[in-house]
Design a protein around this ligand. Structure first.
Ligand SMILES: Nc1ncnc2c1ncn2[C@@H]1O[C@H](COP(=O)(O)OP(=O)(O)OP(=O)(O)O)[C@@H](O)[C@H]1O
Ligand SMILES: [Mg+2]
Length: 235
């Protein structure tokens, strides 16, 4: 399978502190891949390193075969990768519509067509275009953050714990939406605390622990593995 995103031997951290000690992940075109692992494993750090938000001191990130290691996020977005951080992922003082326009601001054309496509995917946002994003519930805000990241029609989307602190019902509709986005052809790298749900939705998965690859493989197989259940699924 051709990799849309491939990170190889990533070493990164904060200042002098090395958090990732050579992590590798790859995502095929249109694939859904989960990254799970205990708190502090380095999952968010991996996303930040791949998206150019923190420096990678060793290793390589390739997007559609092009080396993007340590490129600034705006260049990476323009090349087809979007990222939804866990928090502060919308502009609360702007309206829903303005948030979406910001998401698509580098488009040279087709902004209004894309807006309508994204509203079709998120009908709940359509009637509230003018409402301020700060008034949305946690779940609606995650939907808006997802919608915003889709404005440039990315080849691959990085999601950092989209279900965190949502009600079970919201989690269900959010995962449904993530599945729909993936079915429409966008590859997704999903970091999740909700390991079971993430595995049932994904094609493959990686387990990270203490800044290293611990396990990887077919997601359904991992879901059924007793070792996995005991070590990482809280059973
Ligand atoms: N901005 C930062 N400055 C310094 N250290 C940080 C920073 N962000 C995270 N760390 C440290 O890096 C390590 C990995 O953190 P990271 O957020 O990547 O873990 P995680 O796997 O995403 O965990 P969680 O499941 O809790 O989100 C932790 O020890 C954390 O304390
Ligand atoms: Mg995290």
């Amino acid at each position: 399978m051709t990799a849309v995103l491939e990170a190889t031997g990533i070493v990164a951290g904060y200042g002098e502190v090395e958090i990732l000690h050579g992590v590798s992940v790859s995502i095929g075109q249109g694939e859904m891949v989960a990254v799970i692992g205990p708190n502090g494993a380095g999952k968010s750090t991996l996303l930040k390193a791949m998206f150019g938000l923190i420096p990678t001191s060793s290793g390589r990130v390739q997007l559609n075969g092009t080396d993007i290691t340590n490129q600034p996020p705006d260049r990476i977005v323009a090349r087809g990768m979007s990222y939804v951080p866990q928090t502060e992922n919308v502009f609360p003082s702007l309206s829903i519509n303005e948030n979406l326009e910001m998401g698509g601001f580098t488009r040279s054309d087709g902004l209004s067509d894309r807006l309508e496509r994204v509203y079709t995917l998120f009908p709940d946002l359509t009637n509230r275009r003018g409402d301020s994003a700060g008034k949305l519930s946690g779940g609606q805000r995650q939907m808006l953050a997802l919608a915003r990241a889709l404005m440039l029609d990315p080849d691959v989307l990085l999601l950092d714990e989209p279900s965190a602190s949502l009600s079970p019902k919201m989690v269900e509709s959010l995962f449904e939406k993530i599945g729909e986005i993936n079915s429409s052809g966008t590859a997704i790298l999903l970091v999740e605390q909700n390991a079971k749900e993430a595995l049932s939705l994904s094609d493959r998965a990686y387990v990270l622990a203490t800044g290293e690859n611990r396990l990887d493989g077919d997601a359904k197989g991992m879901l059924e593995s007793e070792d996995m259940a005991r070590l990482y699924l809280g059973e």
